[in-house]
Design a protein around this ligand. Structure first.
Ligand SMILES: [Ca+2]
Length: 435
């Protein structure tokens, strides 16, 4: 008997299972319970899961707007596209927690496992950042260097330069910006200048007049440049929502005026509404972090009213590239080995090489902001976020943590020499047109 049982253990198990399943139908109350579970409890559970998924998706969309500024500060396309945003994570994920977070969010956004694999693993072509640069081209040669690396990244297809504004009122500010655009083969990039007495002026430039007189360009002076505010309005109005990155490497003069601008023939939207609708993130070279408190930043203090107004009234995200980041990395000496028709080289020669200095290396404050604006955090920097700068009229400020606040500042992550080399390679590379 035992022998027979051992021969048919699986049949014995099958009988046992069938008996277990049929037990509820032997007892009517158990049968009712089973029917209730099948037709009421399970459908309700499925329904709640669906709601939960929808809520997750909404939450993910909201978070993705935040993440797109953290991970890669741009969006392209007519509207927010979860799959496209998820794709933009690619290459920007720097640690396991980021991978886990991105996967969870992408799943909630409805991506299949196969699509996730593409997002996470493949080296997909990245979107081109649409960028407006706003510079105080006047006192420091790092503005030219920042323009140089911006143009080089444009050569590589990483960025489309929509416009180059100046926030400085020196007559040769706009012409020198035009010089750099011309040198890199893009003489038609519009250059906007502050009007109606806005912007900041100083005569203490050691290179502007020389550069303007020595290098080819079209624009004669700031007076001949279009109004920066009108140019901002025109460009923003013509672009898809959340598709434009603004990088200021100078004063906030034009941003203040943009925010105060009213609906006009260019757009039925106010400047505030245009900024809210069209700009994905404002990268601001300014501040010192951590602060206790900090005031040592000319980009804020030289047009203090503009800085305070613009920062306090900006409707979207701001990431600050603080002074301490760029001032800890010095490059530029290798520009001396670039051709003499390079206006960036000449600006370093005039600015850094003055008074017999033998080394042209210089801080990289503006280069840092431009690199961040185009490439995002990558593995170059970490970010401190969920806070804002509580700024006073004299531009001293305190960083305050606040969940949901849409400001952040970058924190050094990559080895400084390594990051300096990345910027230097871009800085000294010849324009593509001259390759
Ligand atoms: Ca600057």
């Amino acid at each position: 008997m035992l022998e027979n049982m051992n021969k048919f253990p699986k049949y014995f198990s099958t009988w046992k299972i069938l008996f277990t399943i049929s037990r509820p139908f032997i007892y009517p109350i158990r049968a009712i319970k089973l029917i209730l579970i099948l037709f009421c409890v399970i459908p309700l559970a499925i329904s709640s899961c669906t709601i939960s998924k929808e809520e997750n998706t909404k939450s993910w969309l909201h978070d993705s707007m935040y993440l797109q500024f953290v991970e890669k500060p741009f969006l392209s396309g007519e509207e927010i596209n979860p799959k496209k945003i998820a794709a933009s994570f690619n290459g920007m994920i720097t640690d396991k927690s980021d991978v886990h977070r991105s996967v969870m969010q992408a799943k909630a956004g409805g991506l299949t496992e196969a699509e996730l694999k593409i997002v996470i693993v493949n080296d997909q072509p990245k979107d081109t950042v649409r960028l407006i640069l706003d510079t105080d081209m006047m006192t420091d040669c790092d503005d030219l260097a920042a323009m140089a690396i911006l143009h080089k990244m444009a050569d590589y297809g990483e960025v489309e330069i929509l416009a180059t504004m100046v926030s400085s009122s020196y007559p040769k500010s706009a012409p020198v910006v035009n010089v750099v655009n011309t040198y890199y083969g893009r003489p038609d990039i519009p250059v906007g200048a502050p009007k109606k007495g806005t912007g900041f002026y100083t005569s203490a430039s050691v290179f502007l007049d020389s550069i303007a007189s020595e290098f080819p360009h079209q624009l004669e002076s700031n007076d001949h440049a279009p109004d920066a505010v009108a140019l901002y309005r025109k460009i923003l109005a013509s672009k898809p929502d959340s598709s434009v990155v603004i990088a200021t490497i100078g004063y906030s003069s034009n941003i203040e005026q943009l925010l105060k601008s009213k609906p006009d023939t260019i757009s039925a939207l106010s400047g505030y509404e245009l900024a809210e609708k069209k700009v994905s993130v404002w990268i601001n070279m300014g501040g010192n972090f951590p602060v206790d408190p900090a005031i040592d930043n000319v980009n804020f203090t030289r047009d203090a009213a503009a800085a305070v107004y613009a920062i306090n009234n900006w409707p979207g995200y701001i990431i600050f590239a603080g002074r301490e980041i760029g001032h800890s990395i010095h490059i530029g000496d290798k520009l001396r080995f670039t051709p003499r028709d390079n206006p960036v080289r000449r600006s370093y020669e005039l600015h850094r090489g003055r008074a017999g200095r033998e080394n042209w290396d210089h801080h990289t404050a503006d280069l840092t902001a431009v690199l961040l604006a185009v490439r995002g955090l990558k593995d170059y920097w970490d970010i401190e976020k969920d806070g804002y700068i509580d700024i006073q009229a004299d531009c001293s400020f305190i960083w305050r943590k606040k969940a949901g606040a849409r400001q952040g500042y970058i924190v050094q992550k990559m080895n400084r020499t390594e990051l300096g080399n990345i910027m230097e390679e871009l800085l000294i590379a010849p324009p593509t047109m001259q390759d």
